[in-house]
Design a protein around this ligand. Structure first.
Ligand SMILES: Cc1cc2nc3c(=O)[nH]c(=O)nc-3n(C[C@H](O)[C@H](O)[C@H](O)COP(=O)(O)OP(=O)(O)OC[C@H]3O[C@@H](n4cnc5c(N)ncnc54)[C@H](O)[C@@H]3O)c2cc1C
Length: 346
């Protein structure tokens, strides 16, 4: 694990996870004047709403008869703008330790350290990880010539690329990388896709124009040396095989969710989730709260709505820890000048 190498960021609250519940926690903490730093492995906020169903309609968000996953994230970002949270994206929180003064320190996979008085774990179902293709020895090529995400399109310029899969990621990257690739082959086991119909039509048009190759088959083996692939071997339905000369393979077989490092932080778990009380949504470790899909308690419903309620109650308890000795007055946003000033509307 990387040692902290960068400057340590100090804040009131660390929120692990920028899903809908982590985002709303910024709002509830902001109302009681607690500053938050939000960290997420993904390179954009939104959690499951952004990663798994950006265009699907949600019908059970109060006062929104219908809103898309993406639309909800946009509205949450607009709502928390007055509190100017610090976002640390594309970073995975690896360690969580208690400091001698009672606060906490987290470190990320890039070596960044953040210290705060309280920690709010809003890590949802855990971290999204790409499903690996079932080919032996694929690990030796990962990060060198086999990639599960595209960080920079330019890194693929002039390369012979094989993209495997039939979902939105496979089709989107086929369309986006075709103009820069020396040669691009889309490999899918059947001529039927789970991607947006428009992307499928565009891909087929490129194939008809001879700008890409679309081949039917499943990944079977990789040939190459020192982490660099030379050929991708694919298998047809009749079990015959064929090879495609390639410099890079991009398998897009979907995402799985794993609890990840959260499991190693010494918190009491129940069925792989963080056990909390229903007054403060605090974990077995005072000062560490867990809200949203990551927590469990009797009667828990894994709904965005439940996570919002948990964020509101958590923030009351968080205030007591961040401002010991100060009294928290219950106030309405409609009538409190203090809250309206914090919201920058008064
Ligand atoms: C297809 C689908 C449809 C749904 N429809 C509805 C619906 O209609 N209504 C409804 O209420 N709910 C719905 N849900 C459920 C809803 O999306 C979840 O309840 C909600 O996303 C939970 O929010 P969250 O913020 O707790 O977690 P998530 O949205 O899972 O976000 C957690 C975030 O934490 C990050 N994370 C995890 N571990 C770490 C780490 N170690 N370091 C840094 N970041 C980390 C993850 O990358 C992720 O971005 C649906 C879910 C799916 C899959």
């Amino acid at each position: 694990m990387a040692e902290p190498t960068l400057e340590t960021i100090k804040t009131d609250a660390i929120i692990i996870g920028a899903g809908p519940v982590g985002l709303f926690a910024v709002f509830e903490l902001g109302l009681v004047d607690i500053k938050a730093c939000v960290i997420d492995i993904q390179d954009k906020p939104g959690g499951q709403c952004a990663e798994l169903y950006p265009e699907k309609p949600i019908y059970d968000i109060p006062a929104w008869p219908v809103i898309s996953g993406e639309g909800l994230v946009e509205k949450l970002l607009e709502q928390i703008k007055p509190f100017a949270p610090h976002f640390q994206l594309a970073e995975r929180v690896e360690t969580l330790t208690r400091l001698k003064d009672g606060g906490f320190r987290i470190t990320t996979d890039t070596g960044l350290a953040i210290e705060a008085k309280i920690v709010v774990i809003a890590a949802g179902g855990g971290s999204f990880e790409s499903k690996k293709p079932p080919i032996s020895g694929v690990d030796a090529y990962e990060g060198k010539s086999v990639f599960y995400l595209v960080r920079k399109i330019e890194a693929f310029r002039g390369k012979r690329i094989v993209i495997a899969g039939g979902g939105d990621s496979a089709l989107d990257w086929t369309l986006n990388l075709a103009p820069v690739a020396k040669q691009l082959t889309l490999l899918h086991r059947r001529d039927h896709f789970r991607a947006a119909p428009d992307s499928v039509l565009k891909m087929k048009a490129l194939a008809a124009e001879g700008k890409i190759d679309f081949l039917l088959g499943q990944l079977h083996a990789l040939e190459g040396k020192d982490g660099m692939i030379e050929r991708v071997v694919a298998r047809r339905e009749d079990n015959s095989t064929f090879a495609i000369e390639a410099d890079a393979l991009l398998p897009f077989f979907g995402l799985t969710m794993k609890l990840g490092p959260v499991a190693n932080w010494g918190l009491k778990l129940a069925d792989g989730l963080i056990a909390v009380d229903t007054e403060k949504f605090q974990s077995s470790e005072p000062g560490i709260f867990a809200i949203g899909d990551i927590n469990t308690y009797p009667g828990k419903l894994k709904l965005i709505l439940s996570g919002f309620h948990e964020a509101a109650l958590m923030s009351q308890a968080a205030f007591q820890l961040c401002r010991p000795g100060e009294r928290l007055r219950f106030q309405y946003t409609t009538s409190s000048t203090q809250l309206q000033q914090r919201l920058k509307v008064a």
